[in-house]
Design a protein around this ligand. Structure first.
Ligand code: ADP
Ligand code: MG
Length: 256
């Protein structure tokens, strides 16, 4: 197959905490516009990996590159500004604010005038705010939460809140989305709705997605490629079908 420069390239990534190696020389890449799943048993290092990619933890060694840009060592706000957005395993929205206001907060990084100027009602700032509100409405439409723009997020059904969280990440206009268990705790119809939205994000917006997910059905249906971690090591990379047949993966999951 012809070589396509990866959107995200993780090379030799190692993270040590006192006395514990959470990630040990891990390599993987995410091809532009693809969905790559990161799976593995509890404690395998998946969340640690997300925390390094988003700048929350610092790598002990190794590198993370976005396109050609080295992300290693940059603080979270710089990484986000360069185009890496994430969601969390537990919802991290402001429950008393409306969906629209949560999404406007998601665009904060992109505002030049800033909210102080908006508060002062400078004309340029007001124009910019209108532009952001229009984009927020488009993104809400795209993930199917437009009807809830005026509602406090905390009162929405769980599956809808998770889609608002996805919308907030999309408000950063990212190149890469890091999704931590996007369907955890959802019922079957909510899962199907989220899966449909994620397919659209990849197909229509061309955003590359790195996904941590326990639901193997979801992984098999959505992911182009899967990397399996176990005790901080990469034990396999391949298509969902090939990885599920891999004896090392079976061993990692069954613990034999
Ligand atoms: P996963 O998300 O795959 O379940 P984690 O990345 O959360 O795994 O954890 C990998 C290992 O690193 C675990 O043994 C965990 O206890 C350890 N770990 C994670 N974060 C920290 C931390 N901040 N300090 C010390 N150990 C940590
Ligand atoms: Mg985790």
């Amino acid at each position: 197959p012809e070589f396509v420069a990866p959107e995200l390239a993780v090379t030799g990534l190692t993270v040590r905490f006192a006395g514990l190696t959470a990630l040990d020389d891990v390599d993987f890449t995410v091809t532009p516009g693809s969905m790559h799943a990161l799976i593995g048993p509890n404690g395998a290092g998946k969340s640690t990996c997300f925390n390094v990619l988003s700048g929350v933890y610092r790598a002990t060694s190794g590198s993370v590159r976005l396109g050609g840009t080295e992300l290693t060592g940059l603080p979270p706000h710089r990484i986000a500004a360069l185009g890496v957005a994430r969601t969390f395993q537990n919802i991290a929205l402001s429950p008393r604010l409306s969906t629209a206001d949560n999404l406007m907060l998601g665009r904060h990084r992109l505002t030049r005038a800033g909210f102080v100027a908006c508060g002062l009602r400078l004309p340029a700032a007001r124009r910019e705010e209108r532009r952001h509100r229009a984009r927020v409405a488009e993104i809400a439409e795209f993930v199917g939460v437009a009807e809830h723009l005026g509602h406090p997020v905390g009162l929405l059904p769980y599956g809808v809140q998770k889609r608002v969280e996805l919308a907030r990440a999309l408000c950063l206009e990212p190149r890469v989305l890091l999704l931590d268990e996007p369907v955890a705790g959802m019922n079957a119809p909510e899962r199907r709705a989220m899966a449909a939205v994620l397919r659209q994000v990849r197909a229509s917006l061309g955003i590359s997605i790195l996904l941590v997910e326990h639901d193997m059905d979801m992984v098999a249906r959505l992911a182009d490629e899967v990397t399996v971690l176990d005790f901080g090591r990469r034990v396999a990379t391949g298509t969902p079908a090939s990885v599920q047949r891999d004896p090392r993966v079976v061993r990692a999951y069954l613990g034999t």
